[in-house]
Write a protein that binds this ligand. Structure first.
Ligand SMILES: Cc1cc2nc3c(=O)[nH]c(=O)nc-3n(C[C@H](O)[C@H](O)[C@H](O)COP(=O)(O)OP(=O)(O)OC[C@H]3O[C@@H](n4cnc5c(N)ncnc54)[C@H](O)[C@@H]3O)c2cc1C
Length: 467
């Protein structure tokens, strides 16, 4: 018997792989079904951001000769209804997919009694192997709980019937910046608060400076540690940051997420904290019959990673022969405007791993297509090996980075060099030409025996170029 704990993205993918081999499994979930991504994560956040970006475009209308933009307004209740309507569409798609294995689902919370027994709210389940895919939850510091009536997390944000007049967003990571920008662009009086350092998943100091300069200057951002002080006589939440105070209707707490492990009582089987895993099988160190996949292991809390890790855990749990998988090239995208993104190794990863690298960069300020779109903000950095010219990674703060991050991640997977990439076609005018500028910059810093041409000579054999 294989027990899969958690019917989110990781658990559902693990189930699919297990079911290819055996019918001797159960899928246990004690919370709301439909996955975090579709219910309260990736999807509803992208819906509200889309509405916000579309509405915000009006700030350019006068410049572009479009009149009447000042008469546009946001119906906050209708916006939230729209978000929920699409959210329901995404979750119902997930729920429909459960029909084929409904009889395998146990709607209960699981906790460990010993290495082969689970307690399912009073019922015992004996298992041979278990895949733990219990996801993660927003962190709220214990000291802030007394202000809970004024706090919102992503678990309840999308349930708000109407957006309040004023909101603070505490945390300048991916979720804080995405939802903070959405609120700001929708015309909510928004204060973003967070620590100085890395913003929206970026790690390069220069990219972070650029984010600070051109994104934060357009919004109300206060850098520092937030302290929740009191509820004012007017019923507002009072937040202190450095020597400033802000009074808001609600605060969205986006200071991070923690793996959902506490309720599992892992201490009953001698595990504490976040167990270490072998990423090639997802098996927990010294517990080869237990696997930990998705946000629950805290490694890369992203949807496609949860899905891949569920796949690996499902394959490993269902098969007797040993399995071993590589993870894909890392990639992350924050859907702010401009996007913040990375492919392969980020600046910080390269530094931490002591990898020798050189950087090519390109500003988007005068990039033709970005100028035409009035989206000309940002910077791209690409990192390459100075000896082999192999592309190692990139960080973006750029319009359309969601697409360029894919192009570079795919090229890194294929072990392409900077020179290989420069032989690829670039249409004009596209934002990708800005990426080419960064590639040319890094290429110019690589010592080569002869000048590398971007076009192959006739004598050279061209892969697939027989059109
Ligand atoms: C606002 C927001 C925006 C995001 N945007 C993006 C994005 O744009 N792109 C991206 O890649 N990622 C994004 N993410 C992250 C992404 O949503 C997660 O990485 C992914 O959903 C994790 O999937 P999972 O299977 O690990 O967990 P989940 O989908 O959370 O599944 C875990 C399941 O385990 C169940 N469970 C927990 N404990 C127990 C227990 N003891 N017993 C039984 N069942 C239990 C829960 O009820 C839940 O159903 C976002 C997240 C948030 C919050």
């Amino acid at each position: 018997m294989i027990a899969i704990i958690g019917a989110g993205t990781a658990g559902l993918t693990a189930r699919r792989e297990v079911a290819r081999v055996t019918e001797d499994y159960v899928l246990i979930d004690g919370g709301p079904m439909g996955t975090t991504c579709a219910r309260v994560g990736c999807m509803p956040s992208k819906v509200i951001l889309q509405v916000a970006h579309d509405f915000h475009r009006r700030v350019h209308f006068e410049t572009m000769g479009i009149r009447g933009g000042e008469h546009l307004s946001v119906d906050r209740k209708a916006v939230m209804d729209h978000v929920r309507q699409l959210r329901d569409r995404f979750t119902s798609g997930v729920l429909r997919s459960h029909h084929d294995f409904e009889e395998k689902i146990i709607r209960k919370k699981a906790r460990f009694l010993d290495q082969h027994t689970l307690d399912l709210e009073g019922e015992r389940l004996i298992f041979n192997k278990a895949i733990i895919a219990t996801g993660s939850s927003p962190i709220i510091p214990a000291a802030w709980e007394k202000f809970r009536s004024h706090l919102v997390t992503t678990d309840d944000f999308f349930e708000m019937q109407e957006l309040p007049e004023s909101m603070a967003v505490i945390g300048l990571g991916v979720i804080g910046l995405e939802l903070g920008q959405a609120l700001f662009e929708l015309g909510i009086e928004t204060t973003l608060i967070g620590r100085e350092g890395n913003y929206g998943g970026a790690s390069s100091p220069i990219i972070n400076q650029e984010i600070k300069k051109s994104l934060f200057s357009s919004m109300n951002v206060i850098l520092g540690d937030a302290e929740l002080v009191s509820i004012s006589d007017e019923g507002k939440l009072v937040i202190a940051i450095n020597d400033q105070q802000v009074h808001v209707d609600r605060a969205l707490i986006a200071i991070g997420r923690k793996p959902n492990l506490v309720g599992l009582k892992l201490e009953k089987i001698g595990l504490s904290g976040i167990p270490k895993i072998d990423p090639t099988t997802m098996a927990i160190q010294d517990f080869p019959h237990l696997y930990l996949a998705g946000d629950a292991n805290g490694i890369r809390p992203l949807l496609h990673e949860a899905s891949d890790q569920g796949f690996i855990a499902g394959q490993a749990a269902a098969r007797h022969d040993p399995v071993c998988f590589h993870s894909r090239t890392p990639m992350a995208i924050t859907f702010t405007e401009p996007n913040i993104a990375s492919s392969g190794l980020r600046f910080q990863d390269l530094k931490e791993q002591n990898i020798d690298f050189i950087t090519g960069s390109s500003s988007l300020v005068n990039q033709g297509r970005a100028v035409a779109q009035l989206r000309n903000k940002g910077l791209i950095e690409v990192y390459a090996c100075p000896k082999s010219a192999r592309l190692l990674g990139a960080e973006f703060f750029s319009p359309s980075a969601e697409h360029m991050a894919h192009l570079l991640a795919w090229s890194i997977t294929d072990q392409k060099t900077v020179f290989d990439l420069l032989t690829q076609p670039f249409y004009h005018p596209v934002v990708e030409e800005g990426l080419r500028t960064a590639l040319r910059d890094v290429a110019s810093k690589i010592k080569a025996d002869e000048r590398r041409l971007e076009l192959h000579r006739c004598a050279q054999v061209l892969p697939g170029n027989n059109m």
